[in-house]
Design a protein around this ligand. Structure first.
Ligand code: PLP
Length: 394
């Protein structure tokens, strides 16, 4: 009944777990939700106020398909201020979130017969963005002890005549890993040598804790094939507003706009107006959120490392930890065998109402992803419960 295209994609595992948590909550269960991919803060008041002004002023109509000129200018100002990147409005497209932007870019650049490098563990949507174009995702290993930087021998061995693009995501979802300058430079050198399209998904760029963030395009003068994806979602707690933007070569940006114009018409007008305030208004709330996330990160990492047989590296960014739970695989809880990280994730849900996302959804069968976009109280409770449950796994 449905087109073959649909068979090439799988439902988002993270959205499925979020739906499961909402279902349990609706039944009155007191869930501890560690599956969320969004800040638990409200959108800052100045941004909400800007949206109200937009509505009161009648800014409620279609905008140009690729976004308003004013918001593109605001994105340029932000990219210069925070990322030292000099772009003009013709280098920018506004989309309905970073997800939409990444999807569009894959659609305009990749097709059947192409291969696109994705580093594993990967954000659940990357393989689907690539597969739906007809291209093939090619997975490259990373080093879990070193912020999930690439295994460069593996990367070299996976590049062929068919390789058309490479997707980089630092800080990363699901690992929280932030690559060193050296790792970025080495990756860029390989990608530029093979003339690949370089996608840099920087939606967590503001959420770094131990090192300043450097946008990948700042490492080279050869920017023509680099696309930088940023988003208002995580930085400004604006996930529901759906505003993301891409900076890149005007020809690619134009092609993305052509596709966008025939799919979504334009991003939400009110949200675009509010996004100007987000990008060029006060950034105080961002700093506040980052400090809170850092405290939680330290709490959750220490908590996991206090539990026997769990190893949790310190991620330098985003709001995820990705502990290694491999010790518990192939062991038993009562008479139930735990074969996979999904079994363990479901056990946490069933026995302790803790919602997580199994590592296998991200190509990492030895891990589970915990989002710490939740209170310190919830983190402490979760650690106590995980500790008690895991003691019973033999
Ligand atoms: N990229 C990564 C790595 C993400 O984790 C997400 C959201 O979870 C996105 C992109 C898309 O975010 P949005 O579409 O809300 O901008």
């Amino acid at each position: 009944m449905f087109s073959k295209r649909l068979d090439r994609i799988t439902p988002s595992a993270t959205l499925e777990m979020t739906a499961k948590a909402a279902e349990l909550k609706a039944q009155g269960v007191d869930v501890l939700n560690f599956s969320v991919g969004e800040p638990d803060f409200n959108t800052p008041n100045n941004i909400v106020a800007a949206a109200k002004t937009a509505m009161d002023s009648g800014f409620t109509k279609y905008t140009p398909g690729s976004g308003t000129h004013e918001l593109k200018e605001a994105a340029c100002e932000k990219l210069k201020r925070d990322n030292n990147l000099i772009y003009k409005p013709e280098n920018i497209i506004i989309s309905c979130g970073g997800k939409h932007a990444l999807y569009n870019a894959c659609q305009v650049l990749f097709e059947s017969g192409d291969e696109v490098i994705i580093f594993s563990p990967y954000w659940v949507s990357f393989p689907d963005f690539v597969s739906v174009t007809g291209a093939t995702p090619i997975y490259v290993d990373t080093n879990s002890n070193c912020q999930y930087e690439p295994d460069f021998d593996h990367l070299q061995s996976k590049i062929s005549d068919k390789t058309k693009g490479i997707i980089i995501n630092s800080p990363s979802n699901p690992t929280g890993g932030v690559w060193s300058d050296q790792a970025i430079k080495k990756t860029l050198k390989i990608a530029l040598k093979h003339d690949l399209w370089i996608f840099s998904d920087e939606c967590y760029e503001q959420l770094v804790y131990d090192v300043p963030f450097k946008s990948i395009a700042t490492f080279t003068d050869k920017k023509d094939k680099i696309l930088t994806f940023q988003s208002c979602s995580k930085t400004y707690a604006m996930t529901g507003w759906r505003i993301g933007y891409t900076a890149g070569h005007p020809e690619v940006i134009k092609a993305m706009g052509k596709l966008q114009g025939q799919s979504t018409s334009c991003p939400n007008a009110i949200a675009q107006y509010a996004a100007i305030e987000a990008l060029v208004g006060s950034q105080d709330m961002v700093l506040e959120m980052v400090n809170i996330f850092k405290t939680r990160r330290d709490l959750i990492v220490d908590g996991f490392n206090s539990i026997d047989h769990i190893f949790c590296d310190i991620p330098k960014g985003a709001f995820y930890v990705f502990p290694d739970i491999s010790y518990f695989l192939n062991k038993f809880y009562k008479s139930q065998k735990i074969n996979t990280s999904m079994d363990l994730s479901l056990l946490l849900l069933k026995e302790k109402f803790i919602v997580t996302v199994a590592g296998e959804c991200f190509g990492a069968p030895n891990n589970i992803r915990f989002s710490y976009a939740t209170s310190e109280k919830n983190i402490n409770q979760m650690i106590d419960k995980v500790s008690a449950l895991f003691k019973l796994i033999k």
